[in-house]
Design a protein around this ligand. Structure first.
Ligand code: UDX
Length: 434
């Protein structure tokens, strides 16, 4: 089977490469000629573990192609995935201009029956919008179907999440389209991956519902962490105790610096807008968003409360800039907000991140980017862990203590055991723990 994937970003490139790994012939399309040029040299425009090898292997074996020619890719394909960005607009709604632009382009090249699939996270009703756009512009009499097949790819684990998904969601009207999608996903069918077959609107909503609920879980435990700090409880143990209840589950109950990234902030705001547009009050998701705002803002407040409001002449080492480990993505990363607030208080910032420093350079002009965690801590008055990269989990604390000017240690991802760090002479603070 031949498929086309329009949009070669975080979602489209992983989707295309993984389908090629399944033996499907895939053409990835992007309107950024420079990106396509680099992809043809197997250069990946972002950090995603394992993706370079996957792309190289499948391209060399003649199953994966990259082009800017959308028309050619679409006319050869039976299934066309729309995987372009749906960035948030001011009012929180998703900007669908890229999706709509691609839909019109596809319509022009609809020469035979095709299945048009929205892979990007799109508001409920987008499938129908795409259908009407294509109907209006396509050649008379050429048939097509619309499918919603939302992605559940976590950055840093995207290939794993594609190859071994918890479920595949297929929203469609026609049985023919469902049959074609099942055929495309047959390798997953064979490993008994659960398939949820439903209508387009339900499939679109499942994605928002899942991400919004995950965000609610994180904000729940983050708010719980603030109460733990007041009453002397340990939020990690509260999370463990809660999570052992099979109805709750242990995942996404890690209290921390607040959630960031390109999905949760965008999808929760879009969720609110979708609900508001349909006159449905959505107070729980709204509360999760404002709880996260407070959690992200609080990181700097806690540092100022301990070190004083005036940080002039203070040097602070920030370990981790990406919004989570195993990605170079700094979108809505809590570390960026923290650095801005500390600089406003007069602090000089030294930062280290294993992969995100290139992306952060233009966003953080005054920051001194360091070689590694130890370099960052050199002469610093405080060290702040903002992203729980594995390489930060067993730092030589004695060496760091010796190299620092003062001994403040803020662990906003609860990486360390408080007793251990305090035993090294640090003034230690973490999230939701004594
Ligand atoms: C998320 C969804 O998990 C994925 O299914 C969807 O397709 C895209 O959005 P992603 O944003 O890549 O994936 O990262 P994820 O691992 O979900 O974490 C999101 C944010 O929540 C990160 O900032 C992370 O630090 C934070 N987080 C996650 C917590 O603070 N606590 C947790 O327990 C889990």
């Amino acid at each position: 089977m031949h498929i086309a994937v329009i949009g070669s970003g975080y979602v489209g490139l992983v989707t295309g490469a993984c389908f090629a790994e399944f033996g499907v012939t895939v053409t990835c399309v992007d309107n950024d000629a420079e990106k396509i040029e680099r992809l043809n040299q197997y250069k990946i425009p972002f950090y995603e573990p394992g993706l370079e090898d996957l792309v190289r292997r499948n391209a060399e074996q003649g199953r994966l192609f990259f082009t800017t020619d959308l028309g050619a890719a679409v006319s050869e394909a039976l299934v066309v995935f729309i995987a372009v960005g749906t960035p948030p607009q001011e009012d929180g709604s998703a900007d669908l201009s890229y999706v709509e632009g691609v839909a019109r382009e596809i319509a022009k090249h609809l020469t035979s029956y095709k299945v048009i699939v929205t892979k990007s996270t799109v508001p409920v009703g987008t499938g129908e919008r795409v259908r009407s756009l294509i109907e209006a512009e396509r050649k008379e009499g050429v048939d097509f179907d619309i499918v919603s097949n939302p992605e559940f790819l976590r950055e840093g684990a995207a290939i794993e999440d594609f190859m071994r998904p918890n479920r595949v969601i297929i929203g469609a009207r026609s049985q023919q389209a469902v049959a074609i999608m099942k055929d495309l996903y047959r390798p997953l069918y064979l490993i008994e991956t659960p398939f949820v077959i439903t209508n387009v609107e339900t499939a679109e909503l499942i994605k928002y519902a899942a991400n919004s609920f995950l965000a609610v879980k994180i904000s729940f435990i983050n708010e719980m962490s603030r109460l733990c700090e007041q009453v002397g409880a340990d939020v990690n143990v509260v999370a463990k105790g809660m999570g052992l209840d099979g109805r709750i589950g242990a995942k996404f109950l890690h209290a921390g610096a607040g959630f960031g990234g390109s999905c949760f902030p965008k999808d929760t705001r879009a969720m609110l807008k979708i609900a508001a547009d349909h006159g449905v009050p959505f107070e729980i998701v709204r509360a999760a968003i404002s709880a996260n705002e407070r959690q992200v803002a609080r990181n700097a407040e806690r540092i100022l409360a301990v070190m004083g409001a005036d940080l002039k002449n203070m040097s602070i080492a920030v370990l981790g800039l990406s919004f989570k480990p195993n990605t170079d993505d700094i979108r809505e990363a809590p570390a960026l907000r923290l650095i801005g607030q500390l600089q406003a208080a007069g602090a000089a910032i030294r930062a280290y991140d294993p992969v995100a420093m290139d992306n952060a350079r233009n966003a953080l002009p005054e920051v001194r980017f360091c070689r590694d965690a130890y370099d960052a801590c050199q002469g610093a008055d405080a060290v702040v862990i903002m992203t729980e990269w594995n390489q930060f989990r067993n730092l030589d604390l004695a060496r760091i203590k010796k190299s620092m000017r003062s001994a403040f240690f803020f662990d906003f991802r609860n990486v360390y055991d408080p007793a251990k760090v305090r035993a090294e002479g640090f003034e230690y603070r973490s999230i939701g723990r004594p």
